[in-house]
Write a protein that binds this ligand. Structure first.
Ligand code: ADP
Ligand code: 5GP
Length: 188
């Protein structure tokens, strides 16, 4: 199906970005949906590539102008959202859209697009391993890691709302599993 939507959601640290990056490098006709966010750029992130970085004022204006397909306050005072224009931009090119969004956002997009969308939940092998990965990644302070782990425990309870759940224990296995699910879906 042309213009299919692939939604990848997971608790922070479960390996969603790693798996999304892998999928984008495969010949699946996928393009990444660049979200808007009010958080500051991290490391080598570039505006318009990883995110559209914007102020809280601009974000709120766009919310009131109904420009978002979905948006969430993912962390306190940190807003993230999918612009409707971003989905159109990618579909207009005849490509499939890949979303990397939080669990609630993934559920909203699935509700909105239903049969046009495949929603995949990436599950960490355990909460302990999730915390280890976040620590090893080295991008968040201990306080932020604690916040992310607490949120993860809540998000893991929502996995059954997704079309498919993939456990990311061995990364190569998880990549292969997700790849096959996507291929199967877009091939329909
Ligand atoms: P997310 O996007 O879900 O927050 P990342 O893709 O950034 O997560 O992964 C978190 C960290 O865990 C990264 O440093 C990544 O390299 C590592 N990682 C991902 N998958 C695995 C895995 N199966 N085993 C061990 N480490 C992993
Ligand atoms: P990070 O700050 O690590 O880039 O992202 C934090 C969380 O926000 C991740 O779970 C990511 O998937 C989520 N996220 C990124 N973009 C969006 C979006 O457009 N909508 C929603 N709901 N969540 C998003």
């Amino acid at each position: 199906m042309k213009g299919s939507l692939i939604i990848i959601s997971a608790p922070s640290g479960a390996g969603k970005s790693t798996i999304a990056g892998f999928l984008l490098g495969e010949d699946l006709g996928l393009e990444f949906s660049v979200s808007a966010t009010t958080r500051d750029p991290r490391g080598s992130e570039v505006n318009g590539r990883e995110y559209y970085f914007m102020t809280a004022e601009e974000f709120k204006k766009r919310v009131s102008d109904n420009e978002f397909a979905e948006w969430e306050e993912v962390y306190k005072d940190q807003f993230y959202g999918t612009l409707g224009s971003e989905i159109e931009r990618i579909r207009d090119k005849g490509k499939n859209v890949l979303f990397d969004v939080d669990v609630k956002g993934g559920m909203s997009l699935k509700r909105l697009f239903n049969g046009q969308a495949l929603s995949i939940f990436i599950m960490p092998p355990s909460v302990e391993e999730l915390e280890n990965r976040l620590t090893r990644r080295g991008t968040d302070s201990p306080a932020r890691i604690k916040m992310r782990v607490e949120k993860a425990i809540e998000e893991m309870k929502l996995a059954s709302a997704f079309d498919r759940v993939v456990i990311n224990d061995d990364l190569e296995n998880a990549k292969r599993e997700v790849y096959n699910l996507v291929l199967d879906f877009i091939g329909d």
